[in-house]
Design a protein around this ligand. Structure first.
Ligand code: ADP
Ligand code: MG
Length: 231
């Protein structure tokens, strides 16, 4: 069965200028992300993982190449249009959580709805809080949470808009191993239950092995791809 393609990148390039030198952080990457799949991007530090994730999540634009997100060509779009695509279709989780310190857990989760001009529905907020295991912490402030709970809140904030794709750059990088495992389980739960596609980077190979697919980057190119054997 062929699943709907949600993100498609062709010959993606992202070059940075460093002094007089051009750094080819991405140098011709072809990638597809399908509905309901989990895709992990691995590779050594500096191989281009964050650069790729930032393109796939419309946080940054390619220097060259074609990129479509949910059927829309996004290469060449101005910043404001990229932001609109990102807010409506994608949920992004940062390694450093990026919660608003003065807002409660429930308010942090509801924030993307306000940015979309939607009125938060308390039942919907509660559904998400339940799904991330934080219903009891709804009125707490971020500083009253553990690292794992902060990352759960960040995942709730990504899920509240019912994104087509959930994207995360090293989401367990700041967490101890057991907490990271639990957080990873939440991501997989979103794939299995909500049918979102998941794209993440990790340094943890045992987490990468649990994704449907893993692509390895080396010097800005894909050097390998592994598909998980059917169970
Ligand atoms: N803003 C930038 N300016 C210049 N070079 C950058 C910038 N961001 C990343 N790079 C370079 O691009 C390459 C890939 O970086 P990155 O995507 O962060 O890799 P990874 O996430 O795999 O560690 C590295 O050589 C890095 O130094
Ligand atoms: Mg990185």
């Amino acid at each position: 069965m062929t699943q709907e393609i949600l993100i498609s990148g062709r010959n993606l390039q992202r070059h940075y200028r460093r002094g007089s030198e051009i750094v080819r952080a991405l140098d011709g990457v072809d990638i597809e992300v399908r509905r309901g799949e989990s895709l992990c991007v691995v590779g050594q530090s500096g191989s281009g993982k964050t650069t790729l994730i930032n393109l796939l999540s419309a946080l940054d634009a390619p220097t060259a190449g074609e990129l479509s997100i949910c059927g829309r060509r996004v290469d060449g779009l101005p910043e404001a249009a990229l932001t609109a695509v990102r807010r409506g279709l994608l949920g992004y989780v940062f390694q450093q959580f990026h919660l608003i310190p003065t807002l409660t857990v429930a308010e942090n989760v509801a924030l993307p709805l306000l940015l979309l001009g939607k009125k938060p529905d308390p039942a919907e907020i509660n559904r998400v809080l339940e799904s991330i295991g934080l219903a009891e912490r709804a009125r707490h402030l971020p500083r009253e949470l553990s690292g794992g709970q902060m990352q759960r809140t960040a995942i709730g904030r990504a899920l509240i808009v019912r994104p087509r794709v959930l994207i995360a750059d090293e989401p367990t990088g700041n967490l101890d191993r057991a907490t990271g495992e639990a957080i990873f389980g939440l991501f997989l739960q979103a794939v299995q239950r909500d049918g979102v596609a998941l794209v993440l980077t990790t340094h943890n190979s045992s987490l990468a092995e649990r994704c449907d697919r893993a692509v390895t980057l080396q010097d800005g190119r894909i050097s390998g791809e592994r598909r998980r054997a059917a169970a």
